[in-house]
Structures are given as C-alpha cells and as structure tokens.
Design a protein. Structure first.
Length: 527
C-alpha cells in the first residue's frame, strides 16, 4: 500500500494560496511613500472559472500624511480581543510571521463571519470590483459548476498592497481549489520518536490498536441546504471497538459534542463486522473548515482475527467519507475511502517420538513466553476448530498437536513443562522468531517466516498447517526422548552423562583403594 500523507491533498491545494497570503499579510503595513494624488479606492479581482466570492472588510485604511493607518471595521470590531477567536489585536497582524500563523488567523476570521452571519461584498470571477482601502478576508461562497462543492481556502488581501516598493491599488487573486480529503492511520509507539502513523501494523490477540481518521470539510454556497457529511468506519470481524477508551471527535483544538455536532451510531453487522457511523450536522462544523475533522479511538484484536503466513487481507479497518457534491441535485454525493490493516500470526507444536517421528505424542504440556519471559500465546484451537482462551497450559492431543494463535512479530520461547508419560522433559526451551515481510522495508504485507533461532536440535520446521476456519499457522516439530531428561543444543547428551558417571565412579574406586593401602601400611609399622 502506498504510504499516505496526512492532509497531503489539502496542503497541496492550499500551497499557492498560503504563499500568497503570507506575502500579502506581511506587507500589509509596509510603508513605501504614498505620494500626492493617491487613490482613495482600489479594486479586487478574483479569477476562478465558475465560482463566486465574498469580500469582508476586516480593517479600514485611511491615509495619514505619507502612510496608511489601519483600524478595525465596524463589522469586525467585536472580533478583536475575543478569546473564542484567538484574542487577536489589530497591532498583532503585522507580527504574524509564518504561513501557519496567517492561516490560523484567516480561519478565525472565517469562523467569526460564519458565527455572526456577516454580509460582504459579492465578487464575480474575473471581474474587477471597486472597494474601499483596507484589509479584506475573501471567501469562495458560490459555484456555478455541476459540482457545487467550492474551495475551503480563506484568503487575505490588502488594498492597496505593496509591490516592488510601490503601492498597488489593483489586487489580483488566483485561488486554487481545495476539496475534501480523507486519511486513516494506525498510531504506533516508536521508541525513538514517540509515536508515528502507519498504514499497517502487527498485534497479538487482545492487544489494543490506536486509530486516527482525519477528514477535510468542503464548502458550499451560502444558501445550500440538506448537506450530508458522514464518516463510516468499518471494523473487520477480527476487531472489537474499545468502549473503555474515550472516543475523541475534534476540529483543531475544539472538542465536538455528540448529539449536538454529530450523531454517533455503532452497528454490528451479520457478517461479523462493526460499523461506526458519524453523521455530522454541517451547520455545526462549517466554521471549522480550516481545521477539518479528526476521530481518535481504539479497537482490540479478537479471537476472530485472520491469521496467515503469506500475503493476505489481514484484519482491515476501512473508512468512507460520503459528502454532498451538488445540493441542487438529489442524492448527489461523492465518496472517499481509505484503509489500514493489522496482521497477526500463530504456530502449531507437533510433538513426536525421537526414534519414530511418525509416532505422535499426546499429553505433552507447553507454555509460550516472549522475549521478556512474559507468558503469551493464551489463545488456542479446541477440538471443534474454534479459537478459545487457554485455561492453564496447552496440552498436545492424540495427534501430538497443540496450537498458539494470534501472535505478533517477535521472538518466543516454547517451554515444555510436562513431558508425555515415559518420556524425558525437554532440557531447554525451543526459541522461534516470527519475522514479517515488509514492503520497501516499512509496511507489512501479511507474509512472514518462522525460524528456530537458538539452535535447539530437538526442533525443526514443518509445513504450514491449515485450520478449519481457514487460518494458516506455522508448524514446529519437537522430538521427545524416552527415559533420561535431555538438555538442548550445546548440552552434554546422554552418552556424555553416562561417560562422566563412569569416570567419576572410577576415580572414587582409585581413591578408596589408595586410602585402604595407606591404612594397611600404617598398621604394619605400628606392629
């Protein structure tokens, strides 16, 4: 899957305008000489075919000697100093030093216009419009195209504006469209940088997976009604929505309220999937166009997870954004979708006689631990082929098999805690490592390999095993010896132990014989 870029579409669409905004805002209060006979009005021309715009006078500009003095317009006097809109002051505007600061300022102005329902100056595409000197917020508010979705980018313009050291009274703007966008990510913890967003991950059954959805908000004509803006997130059957963790629905720094700003539903479908439906009230969110919507929640990998050793579908989480395309046409919608996937694996242990590997051994008791000696592998298959939670340790059946499913990538130790009757206990654990195959070294594909990594000669890899539910697990064969308890690789072995015993007995005999001879000589001398 190609790595997605959060907000990439929006950033690309707004790049030109952001640069334009930065240049204009930073030079609003520049002071080249005005000169004699300077105009008392200017013009604004916004060119974008099929669109209409509205200009709002934020500041009035008046000539004072050889400079312009800016004051808040009557319509925006209540904007400045209000905490809900960022507590801006008129004198703060020339201090906005970055594109992000300017963008945030424009977004707050846009929200103020929406909240107060302020009227502005209507601008037609490509047509010069005479305006008073001042500082303007310009919004795209109409579209004559078949798709009535219009750009969400707020623009700022000074009339006049400084250009090449002189005042320019004819301002030209060439906005670029910005449509809704959608991005779904898994948030994982990175030991180096804290957290990062990815498209694929690995998890064990029972582990929590953090998700994040970001979506852009489109803009419509001012009189548009019955706007649909709905996000549907579908959890596959192997994922369970985590109701214990709080669900966060935000727009920038603002927390949106359930039932007030959106309606939330959770539906369990007949195929085992779960749908999370967020139906937003457009009038409540249109003031957050520049922030967009963000959903943050978690799900747990459950016992219905898809397990496979080769590239496959894994356990996906799919999100769909459906929004109104043209309010004038019934059921005219556009849809965007995105998907992330979590993978998990498992292995079977096949217990056999070391002298006759066709002889399967029942009754061997195993447990699995991870790299830090924590017991894992608590999910297995019962006789009916269903995944169940282990109660205690796992015991091999008549076919010598026992299964551990729902394991993430990593190294595991298989401990034999009780040998079959008449057989020796495995002297040391079998260490196996599950290594996933990644695309370009970054994203998981679902495929993986298993290797025996501590050289234990009692264990070998076998052909993957397919379970009744269609899941495919790795398989590890472990041999048991009768009688003596054997250590693993690097140990002494049965013959070595016997040889050492014989040597020790021989040494004891020699020592005893020497001791007896010494006592015999002492007795003779004493006679």
């Amino acid at each position: 899957m190609e790595r997605k870029r959060t907000w990439s579409k929006r950033i690309g669409a707004m790049l030109l305008v952001c640069i334009m905004v930065m240049l204009m805002s930073l030079t609003v209060f520049a002071a080249p000489s005005i000169g004699e006979g300077a105009p008392t009005e200017g013009t604004i021309t916004v060119t974008k075919e099929g669109s209409g715009f509205t200009a709002y006078s934020v500041l009035d500009a008046k000539q004072s000697g050889d400079a312009y003095v800016y004051t808040a317009s009557a319509e925006f006097a209540d904007f400045f100093g209000q905490e809900v809109y960022g507590s801006y002051k008129v004198e703060d505007i020339p201090k906005l030093g970055s594109a992000q600061e300017i963008k945030t300022f424009a977004a707050q102005l846009h929200k103020f216009v929406t909240d107060r329902q302020i009227s502005g100056i209507q601008l037609e595409s490509g047509v010069k419009k005479e305006v008073s000197l001042g500082y303007y917020l310009i919004l795209e508010t109409a579209s004559k195209s078949q798709g009535a979705v219009v750009a969400s980018t707020a623009m700022l313009a000074s009339v006049p504006q400084e250009k090449d050291g002189v005042w320019n009274y004819e301002v030209l703007l060439l906005p670029k469209d910005s449509e809704a966008d959608l991005d779904k990510s898994i948030v994982v913890y990175d030991g180096k940088s804290g957290t990062k967003k990815v498209n694929t991950s690995t998890a064990a059954i029972g582990e929590k997976i953090q998700y994040e959805v970001t979506a852009g908000i489109p803009v419509y004509e001012e009189n548009a009604v019955n706007i649909k803006y709905q996000i549907t997130d579908t959890l596959s059957k192997g994922l369970t929505f985590d109701t214990e963790q709080m669900l966060f629905v935000t727009a920038g720094q603002y927390n949106l309220e359930q039932d007030k700003d959106y309606i939330f539903q959770m539906k369990k479908e007949s195929d085992g999937t779960t749908k999370l439906i967020f139906d937003f009230k457009y009038d409540k969110i249109k003031g957050y166009i520049d922030e967009g919507i963000k959903l943050s929640y978690a799900a747990k990998l459950n016992e219905n997870a898809i397990v496979h050793t080769s590239e496959g579908e894994g356990n996906p989480n799919t999100v769909v954004l459906e929004y109104t395309n043209n309010p004038d046409i019934q059921d005219s919608f556009k849809t965007l979708n995105d998907k992330v996937t979590t993978y998990t694996w498992g292995f079977g242990v096949h217990k056999v006689d070391s002298e006759n590997i066709m002889n399967d051994l029942a009754g061997a008791v195993f447990q699995v631990k991870d790299e830090v000696e924590q017991e894992v592998g608590k999910y297995t298959y019962d006789a009916d082929g269903k995944v169940i939670v282990l109660k205690g340790n796992a015991v091999t059946t008549e076919n010598g098999m026992v299964y551990f499913t729902g394991l993430k990538e990593g190294t595991y130790k298989i401990y034999e805690v009780q040998a079959p009757k008449g057989y020796s206990l495995l002297g040391e654990p079998v260490e196996v490592t599950i290594t996933p195959v990644k695309q370009d070294g970054a994203e998981y594909t679902g495929a993986a390999e298993i290797e025996i990594t501590n050289g234990n000669s009692a264990a070998t890899k076998e052909t993957d095993v397919t379970m009744k539910d269609g899941n495919v697990l790795f398989q590890v064969k472990i041999k048991n010896h009768k009688g003596i308890s054997l250590p693993g690789a690097g140990g002494t072995g049965a013959k070595g132990i016997i040889s050492i015993g014989i040597v020790l007995v021989g040494i004891a005999v020699v020592l005893l014989a020497g001791y007896g001879w010494k006592n015999h000589r002492k007795l003779k001398r004493g006679m």
